[in-house]
Design a protein around this ligand. Structure first.
Ligand SMILES: [Zn+2]
Ligand SMILES: [Zn+2]
Length: 301
């Protein structure tokens, strides 16, 4: 596997990533805008790779011809949004389809210009990578500037990661999208686990029942909007049903506390039912700040 990167730049990234890197494109639209002699081949290949009929797409300019012609299916392309500041390389493209000829009409259809005729197809994987970090990882000089070009990274530069494959694994492990929960252990969705989860809810609920004043004070202080995702029951379910509803979550594991443990407002937070379940999906329960951070890292936000 070979690793490539394309310095797209902020302007192009802002304009076009939402269309085809973070937004999906229908395979049928792609096929329709390919040259006739390629249509059957493209359709068969893409539908085999993307059975749901959707994929992500990127194209590079004619000037990148000599580099991009080395690109093969199963190679990986990283897209640089910006090299300003620490930089941002948010998208990893594991190439599933690439034809070495110019797809001018497709480029025009997707991005409103025929300037990106070397087009490849993938499902975007979101990664947390800065340009600064990437330069360190691949042992480029700190002042290296890609200035809009497409590059191939020599595999030797990634020997310390176990080559390009090792590096790509490393990138994917560090990201939100792979569901890596770090030091947390993810509970499985088995009946046993659900039973344990039910027990937890009862324990937490009964703790709050015995400490009704704490809940009352918490609601008065924090209000009825989820402190993690800002969900507001009243605005979604209407005044009659939704008003005054929120769940109280205890940030410290109650089972480690004796019954007389007296909590303060610092020990609790108000969360919607979805966020509450997600907090308890890990063992130990995830910290609310961490869940919030994960939500913010989500694509499109
Ligand atoms: Zn929430
Ligand atoms: Zn809770």
């Amino acid at each position: 596997m070979q690793l490539f990167f394309h310095d797209v730049g902020l302007k192009g990234a802002n304009a076009d990533f939402p269309k085809t890197v973070f937004g999906n494109v229908a395979v049928s639209d792609i096929v329709e805008h390919c040259p006739i002699h390629l249509q059957t081949e493209v359709e068969n290949k893409l539908l085999a790779e993307f059975p749901d009929g959707w994929c992500n797409v990127w194209g590079v300019p004619d000037g990148a011809k000599s580099v991009i012609r080395q690109l093969k299916v199963d190679d990986v392309m990283l897209l640089i949004k910006t090299t300003g500041g620490d930089g941002d390389m948010p998208a990893l493209c594991h190439v599933k389809g690439f034809w070495k000829e110019q797809l001018l009409e497709l480029s025009n259809f997707l991005w409103g210009s025929s300037h990106f005729p070397y087009v490849f197809f993938f499902k975007t994987q979101h990664i947390d990578l800065t340009w600064t970090q990437f330069k360190k990882d691949v042992q480029y000089m700190p002042n290296f500037r890609p200035s809009g070009n497409v590059y191939r990274v020599k595999s030797e530069r990634l020997d310390h990661f176990g080559g390009s494959d090792g590096y790509v694994c490393h990138l994917l492990q560090d990201t939100y999208s792979t569901g890596n929960v770090g030091r947390y252990e993810l509970r499985e969705n088995t009946p046993e686990q659900e039973y344990a989860e039910g027990e937890r809810q009862v324990r937490e609920a009964s703790y709050f029942k015995r400490n009704a004043k704490l809940v009352k004070d918490a609601k008065a202080k924090f209000g009825f909007i989820c402190q993690i995702c800002d969900f507001d029951f009243e605005s979604v379910y209407g005044k009659e049903l939704g008003s005054g509803f929120i769940e109280c979550h205890h940030k410290n594991p109650l089972h480690e506390k004796d019954n007389n443990y007296s909590s303060t407002l610092d020990d609790v937070c108000m969360v919607c039912s979805n966020c509450h379940r997600m907090l308890h999906r890990t063992k130990p329960a995830m910290k609310p700040e961490e869940l919030k951070e994960r939500l913010q890292k989500k694509p499109y936000n």
